[in-house]
Design a protein around this ligand. Structure first.
Ligand SMILES: Nc1ncnc2c1ncn2[C@@H]1O[C@H](COP(=O)(O)OP(=O)(O)O)[C@@H](O)[C@H]1O
Ligand SMILES: [Mg+2]
Length: 310
């Protein structure tokens, strides 16, 4: 069996505020694994414990309890760090530097091969679509450009694993689309990507699996198919059916919902063909046919909205 890229077993973390004498439980017995080559979304509302978990994976924070491994090593082990790219939630770059200088600085810090820096940096800036902006001061960059530069920085050592903490937060739709496409490209290169987010709809398009946490506790995890259903029913929109046909379809086992301009007919996928044939034979027009699948956002609101683990 291959080693999981990330292993979190019963991880518990309590922040202690010394002055106030308070204890803030941030993670309570959280267990999950992320397999090699997966794109896994780490979802939860603000304060759920996402950043704390990622900081533990990076070795910046210690867990109070539990077993953690990153690419088979303890968090913070230099062998894990060499193969991990990280983009923190809130990062600031030196505004007076340009992208080229910044990446060269980070490559030197990481002990990279400086003789190859020019080609490497040019390729990376091309990858994150910052070519043409390499001489512009970072202070003049848009938020989306800064985020993409952060990803370029994380890719400097050609990591196996990428930890991205809210990579699309604060970006406009165009910026989010660019970051999403970049994640897609990195997935194509076989990298394991663990990204936290509270924006569900877009995560759904790029991740294989999702782990949902709330108030420091695991709420649900699984592949998107496991979480959202495999689409074992289809829904067909048709133009106004006659009452007789409608009654006949209900009798036959379809579920029917009437809208202002159309009728939604839901049947198990195994009966799809028969339904289409029946409708055509009766002279009705089909507007669309789609698998029935709830969205990640619907699931998330159902789980988090109640605050009760399901
Ligand atoms: N340095 C800290 N000191 C005390 N409490 C903290 C600290 N960092 C985070 N917390 C608390 O831990 C919980 C989890 O925070 P965090 O991991 O940042 O969540 P998320 O990234 O999901 O928004 C929250 O209740 C937060 O207030
Ligand atoms: Mg956070």
């Amino acid at each position: 069996m291959t080693t999981p890229a990330i292993e979190f077993k019963e991880v518990t973390k309590v922040y202690r505020r010394r002055l106030a004498g308070q204890e803030v439980p941030a993670l309570t017995h959280v267990s999950f694994e992320v397999g090699a080559g997966e794109v896994c979304a780490f979802l939860g509302p603000n304060g759920a414990g996402k950043t704390t978990s990622i900081n533990i994976l990076m070795g910046f924070l210690y867990a109070d309890y539990g077993k953690i491994s990153v690419l088979g090593y303890e968090p913070g082990d230099v062998r894990a760090k060499q193969k991990t790219g990280f983009v923190p939630e809130n990062f600031a770059f030196y505004k007076h530097l340009n992208a080229e200088k910044l990446l060269r600085f980070h490559l030197a810090l990481a002990g990279g091969d400086m003789t190859k820096s020019i080609g490497l940096i040019r390729d990376l800036l091309f990858k994150v679509q910052l070519q043409g902006y390499e001489k512009l001061k970072i202070g003049k960059y848009s938020r989306g450009m800064v985020q993409r530069l952060g990803i370029a920085q994380a890719l400097l050592s050609d990591p196996q694993l990428l930890l991205l903490d809210e990579p699309t937060s604060g970006l406009d739709p165009a910026g989010r689309k660019e970051v999403k496409e970049l994640i897609h490209t990195m997935k194509g290169e076989g990298k394991t990507i663990f990204l936290s987010s509270h924006i569900l709809s877009e995560v759904e398009q790029i991740c294989d699996r999702a782990i949902i946490i709330d108030k420091g506790r695991l709420v649900r995890m699984g592949s998107l198919n496991e979480l959202l259903g495999t689409g074992d029913h289809v829904e067909i929109l048709a133009n106004g059916l006659s009452p007789e046909v409608e009654a006949a379809l209900v009798e036959w086992g379809a579920t029917i919902e009437r809208g202002p301009n159309s009728v939604r007919i839901t049947v198990p996928v195994t009966r799809k063909r028969e339904l289409v044939e029946k409708l055509w034979a009766s002279g009705f027009d089909l507007l669309s046919m789609n698998p029935v699948r709830s969205s990640l956002e619907e699931l998330y609101l159902k789980l988090i909205g109640t605050g009760v683990p399901v």
